[in-house]
Ligand binder design. Structure first.
Ligand SMILES: [Zn+2]
Length: 340
């Protein structure tokens, strides 16, 4: 499979192809954007192209291409958290990246290191990595892949060539899902609920996603009630129920916030640009439009910002998810105009 296997990311892929054809490949790349839109696949393809000895890399047919796609090329190294660990430790970076970066490639033209989930790099790991970025070995290429930039040190981010991957357009996502899941799947519903992320739509259960959306809708309905008429205690209970404790609570909280953000985005679109931008949640358009009436565009914009901030806080791991959600309820209430 070549570049055409990745849909809806033309800007990012064009940049990679340009670097390859001009021979101006950078020492470090940072692929960022939502989960499940093709970042990791693009990193593998780019690694393949960097090792390919055929025409039009990645040709897909040469020995190097085959080894990369079978994940056995000795000069394409994938780095992730060790089994059972939740972060990528400095030891791993020293062993897998630093030590190797000073050696010659085994058989390829260069060494390619792919750090998927780069947001799991500890601060110490990032500082260790910085050394390679500051003095890249000849022909050593590092590809960092992450959904968010804010957990990376600014010094890392600034040294990488950054490529932003976008949420997939509705048409792209529909085409891919129809191709992969066949006629039996409820593709339209999955597209809505997956909100532009193929990975989510492919791996999730329609039931689970529907339930998550219903919860988020109940929350937004109550939240957008006119001042004095919302039950704030009920809102906090609804929001914090999923926060629980530990890693799963944090994860659940992020999924809930993602759903809120997707719905708020759609509500804003029903007001501002219904003809120009596709909604994700087409099947509940009327309910979204009704909420938009009460909320107003200025309030919705502020609400989106606050949900985004809460996501960064929870994702950064420095706050208690339950407390963040409680604070969010109050700050979101302030974005709803005083009632009629
Ligand atoms: Zn090849």
């Amino acid at each position: 499979m070549g570049w055409e296997s990745i849909r809806g990311q033309d800007a990012a892929l064009d940049l990679l192809r340009r670097d390859l054809s001009s021979g101006q490949v950078a020492g470090a790349y940072l692929f960022y954007g939502p989960d499940g839109v093709g970042k990791a696949s693009a990193a593998r393809l780019f690694a393949q192209a960097l090792q390919c000895v055929g025409d039009a890399p990645p040709c897909g047919g040469c020995a190097a291409c085959e080894k990369v796609s079978a994940n056995v090329h000795p000069d394409v190294v994938s780095i992730g958290p060790a089994a059972g660990a939740r972060s990528i430790k400095a030891e791993e970076i020293r062993e897998e990246v630093i030590r190797r970066a000073h050696q010659r490639p085994n058989e390829g033209m260069r060494q390619v290191f792919i750090v998927d989930d780069a947001h799991l790099l500890t601060r110490v790991s990032q500082n260790v990595l910085l050394k390679t970025l500051e003095e890249p070995g000849a022909g050593t290429i590092l590809i960092l892949v992450t959904p968010n930039l804010h957990t990376l040190l600014p010094t890392i981010v600034s040294r990488c060539r950054r490529l932003r991957f976008q949420a997939l357009a509705r048409a792209d996502l529909t085409a891919i899902l129809e191709e992969r899941l066949g006629d039996d799947a409820d593709v339209d519903k999955l597209v809505s609920l997956g909100m532009g992320r193929l990975g989510v739509a492919m791996t999730s259960d329609v039931e689970v996603l529907s339930e998550r959306r219903e919860e988020a809708m109940r929350f937004l309905e109550e939240l957008s009630a006119p001042a004095g008429r919302a039950d704030e205690v009920a809102l906090i209970t609804l929001a914090t129920e999923r926060a629980g404790s530990g890693a799963s609570g944090r994860n659940e909280t992020i999924l809930f916030l993602e759903m809120l953000r997707g719905l708020l985005r759609d509500i804003l679109i029903t007001r501002e640009a219904p003809e120009a931008i596709d909604l994700w949640h087409t099947d509940i358009r009327a309910a979204l439009a009704a909420m938009g009436e009460r909320w107003g565009s200025a309030g919705l914009t502020r609400a989106l910002e606050r949900v985004g901030e809460a996501m960064r806080d929870v994702d950064g791991g420095n706050t208690n998810p339950s407390l963040t959600l409680e604070t969010l309820v109050y700050s979101l209430r302030e974005t709803v105009p005083a009632g009629v």
